[in-house]
Design a protein around this ligand. Sequence first.
Ligand code: HDE
Length: 714
Amino acid sequence: MAIDKPDATPSELAGTDTLDRANHNAKVDSLERFRSDATGKALRTNQGVKISDNQNTLRVGARGPSLLEDFIMREKITHFDHERIPERIVHARGTAAHGYFQVYKPLGDTLSKAGFLQDPAKQTPVFVRFSTVQGPRGSGDTVRDVRGFAVKFFTEEGNFDLVGNNMPVFFIQDAIKFPDFVHAVKPEPHNEIPTGGSAHDTFWDFVSLTPESAHMVLWTMTDRAIPVNLRSMQGFGIHTFRMIDKKGVSRFVKFHWKPKQGVRSLVWDEAQKLAGKDTDAHRRDLWEAIESGDYPEWELGVQIVEEKDEHTFDFDLLDPTKIIPEELVPVTPIGKMVLNRNPDNFFAETEQVAFCPAHIVPGIDFSNDPLLQGRLFSYTDTQISRLGGPNFHEIPINRPLAPNHSNQRDAMHRQRIDKGRASYEPNSIDGGWPKETPPGPVDGGFESYHERVDAHKVRERSESFKDHFSQATLFYHSLSKPEQEHVVDAYSFELGKVERQWIRERQVKEILANIDLDLAQRVARKIGVEPPTAPTVPPKKPSLEKSPALSQLNLLSGNIKGFKVAVLIADGVNGAEVDAMKKALKAEGAHVKVLGPTAGPVKGADGKPVPVDGSAEGLPSVAVDAVFVPGGAQSVKAMQDDGVYKHYLLEAYKHLKAIALSGEAKDLLQAVHLTADEGLLTGADVKALQKPFFAAMAKHRVWARMPKIKSIPA
Ligand code: HDE
């Protein structure tokens, strides 16, 4: 959105002579939404000294050398020289928002005694950071990758961090393999290529030698790895956790976040283009949705398994490469999360937030999942070098709302001024404070679940972790036809970039053939590998043929709330139609972007100006969900002769988007050589189009069009 600024040039602003600064600043004051807290304050050094000249270094004469004495310049440059901190080892690229969590009903007697899960009237503040895994801080948002989904609950009993992903399983079973996996997926060490992707030899070398990764790699080859935006992703805690109720009963749980907006993805060509057209596509979308008051919402649900049922499945609950199919254990909704406030400062909040799966509160506990156990150590450890010492919990975004008194003292960057003489326990000098709190059903001290463990110390994996393929098969068979097509394309694209033939062959023959032979054969043909004729591991009889809950096409919201729609216009447009469509879309909660040939207003057929939100080149079709072209003979004629508009429509068509052409706009069909279909609609006016257009949009893609875009084997 363009924000009008008072008319002053930068040189006028910098000068002190002619410009009426007070008047200029007053105008800015009334326009700027993101205000600094320095408003009305003098510019000072970090030591608090007022600065009289921020333009010139102290020097000997106007043309002479600078003086080392200039403490103002030195302080400014020194601070600047150290502005960056190390980025996260993984999940470096991210964006975040504030919000709240609210439980639906008290869970103390049935599931968990955690204080924030008891009162439906209470809103617990949260801070949520979404991320990609492979790329560095400045990498593209829409690359094929897993997305981090990390939630910090600021509860009255301390911080609870649910540090999950947008896919329900992981690549490895044991934390000791994490550095190997990350080294393999990261850009290759000799040339630091590729940025933000897994289409390279070292990744496929590792995963083809690591059959336990088969299930998760399949997830990353589905559309889940290219979400349309961050608001439309599911989230998963992945590991099995425990919840402890007020009576001390423990149950196993898996956490699920379900987006109210439905689950939607980009198509691959769109994702690749968008990474170039708008590197920040996902962070921009989340930011703009929240600024516009369209607050994204998720429902938190849990799959609950009673202790006695731990061993009733044909997989191990402790194995993080497995899901519990929702058809076996349904997801019980327990509360909702709303994100309603953007951070004030990216660095202070999004960059400095420190999540850790070990941050839990009474009523929640860990399982023995060996991946989770390793994570409990890693996160705090990594913050010590990333955030410069063990006091990162004192950085404002990490501070618990709960009071935190302990005898931990000093260390780098200590903020708190600890008073008193006793920094040990027991003590008698300070009356023994701070004291332990015994565990209890309400507001008690933390107590680990008294699980009985009786075994030898060994370095080995349980037999129950050894089936690596049957859930991958279940997942592949649960996908719809278009989703399966995308999987074939994704493996073919990625493996097609692998230079070493033996790695391609190994992935196809030893991994894909054990997931699904047809999948393996189709990928093989596309990447120049001899198609395999049999699996290498005898298939296990599946306990479930299909899990419909795994197909994204079953997870749409059924409406168009939050969708982005482009309205293409040019001079001579029927302005009334633009208004009518805008009104109708806004009534459904969709976001409208009116786009003209330039970012300036367009002249309507009635001579009145029609405001635009930008140019068609500025907001390309890959950044919207659907396209509407209103009538107006002159406007449509201009578009027929304009490559930008024609490309806009063709690209939206190629990406299977709903397109509605009103009145004279139907003439555009001829110009772009397309014929109407169930999502490419023509109609006399907005009224006639509205219903079918919105219905086509709500289906997210016009899948029936797919065979026209590419040839698909029957
Ligand atoms: Fe992480 N992970 N991880 N991870 N992870 C990090 O911690 C690690 C794993 C996840 O927005 C790091 O603060 C190990 C699974 C998210 O700040 C690091 C293992 C899941 C984020 C780390 C795993 C995740 C991280 C890097 C295997 C999904 C971003 C910076 C045992 C359940 C959090 C940091 C944010 C970040 C270690 C596996 C999710 C290095 C050792 C499984 C969402 O500590």
